[in-house]
Design a protein around this ligand. Structure first.
Ligand code: 6GU
Length: 261
C-alpha cells in the first residue's frame, strides 16, 4: 500500500515510521510511506500556508492554494488514484472496521490540518473521507494520521502474523483475554491454574469467558454487535447481563389501543 501524508510538520513522522513494525513493513515493501511538506507548495517568498478566517474570529485557516497544489501534484503521481482522508475532530470516529476497509485500498492520502483547520472548499473538492481518532482535541492531524497508518499497516498482508490478528480486541467486538508469562508466582499473585493445566479445551473455554466478562464489565455496548452462541449467552446471563430484545432487534411497536379505551 502507498500512503502519502500532507503536513506542515514532516519531522513528527520520523519516529513512528522508523521503529518496530512500521519500519519493517516499509523495508519489506508492504508499506510505501511518503511524507510531504505542504509548505514547499506555497509560491510566495515566505511560503505562507495560513490566513485569517473570513467572518473574523480566533485562529488561522490553512490556505487553499498550497494544499490544492500539493494534492493535485501528489495524487496524480504514478499509479492508482488515492483515497483522500482529512484528519479532523469532526470526522467519523476511527474503528477497527474502518481500519480494515482502508487496508484493502491500494493507496491513501492523509491530509493533516493545523490551526483552526483547512478551507472548507478543499474538503468539498478533494476529500473522500473525514476521520477523527476520538472525542478530544489534538493540536493537529499529525498524531491522528500516525494512528491511522499504524492501525491500517498492521492489517496489510504479511505485516504481522494471521494468528495475532485473529483473537485481538475489537476484531470481533470482544476485548482480549488476559495474558501471563513466567514466573508462575509473582508477589503472591499466581497465574490462573487452568493456564498451567495442559487442558487446551478448558483453556479455550476460560479465555472465551474472560473475553466475555471483560467486555461485559468494561464495554457492554460492544456485546450488541458480537457474535454470541448459546454458551456465551448463558455465561453472560450468569454475570447479570440480559440480551434484551431492545438491543437485538428494532423495538416492537406497542399494541394499538382498543376502540373503547
Ligand atoms: Cl483527526 N485532529 C485533531 N486536531 N484532533 C483530534 C483528531 C484529529 N481526532 C481526535 N482529536
Amino acid at each position: 500500500m502507498r500512503v502519502d501524508v500532507l503536513t506542515l510538520f514532516t519531522a513528527m513522522f520520523d519516529g513512528p515510521l522508523n521503529e518496530s513494525i512500521l519500519k519493517r513493513a516499509q523495508a519489506d515493501g508492504r508499506l510505501d510511506a511518503h511524507i510531504h511538506d505542504i509548505r514547499t507548495y506555497a509560491t510566495d517568498k515566505h511560503h505562507t500556508c495560513d490566513d485569517a478566517p473570513f467572518g473574523g474570529g480566533a485562529g488561522m485557516v490553512m490556505k487553499i492554494a498550497p494544499l490544492a497544489a500539493a494534492i493535485e501534484d501528489i495524487s496524480s503521481a504514478d499509479g492508482a488514484p488515492a483515497h483522500v482522508i482529512y484528519l479532523t475532530p469532526d470526522g467519523t470516529t476511527l474503528t477497527q472496521a474502518i481500519a480494515q476497509e482502508l487496508s484493502r485500498k491500494p493507496r491513501l492520502m492523509l491530509i493533516c490540518g493545523h490551526y483552526e483547520g483547512i478551507d472548507e472548499r478543499i474538503r468539498t473538492r478533494y476529500v473522500h473521507q473525514e476521520l477523527s481518532i476520538g472525542d478530544y482535541v489534538l493540536t493537529g492531524g499529525e498524531l491522528a494520521a500516525m494512528v491511522v497508518i499504524d492501525a491500517v499497516a498492521r492489517l496489510l498482508d504479511g505485516v504481522i502474523s494471521a494468528d495475532s490478528l485473529a483473537e485481538e480486541s475489537h476484531s470481533d467486538s470482544l476485548l482480549e483475554y488476559p495474558h501471563y508469562t513466567r514466573p508462575a508466582l509473582w508477589q503472591e499473585m499466581p497465574v490462573p491454574p487452568v493456564l498451567r493445566s495442559g487442558d487446551h479445551g478448558k483453556i479455550a473455554v476460560w479465555r472465551r469467558q474472560q473475553r466475555l466478562e471483560r467486555t461485559y464489565l468494561r464495554r457492554p455496548e460492544l456485546l450488541s454487535t458480537a457474535i454470541l452462541d448459546k454458551a456465551d449467552r448463558a455465561f453472560l446471563r450468569s454475570l447479570g447481563w440480559y440480551d434484551s430484545l431492545w438491543t437485538q432487534h428494532p423495538p416492537r411497536r406497542a399494541k394499538p389501543k382498543a376502540e373503547s379505551e
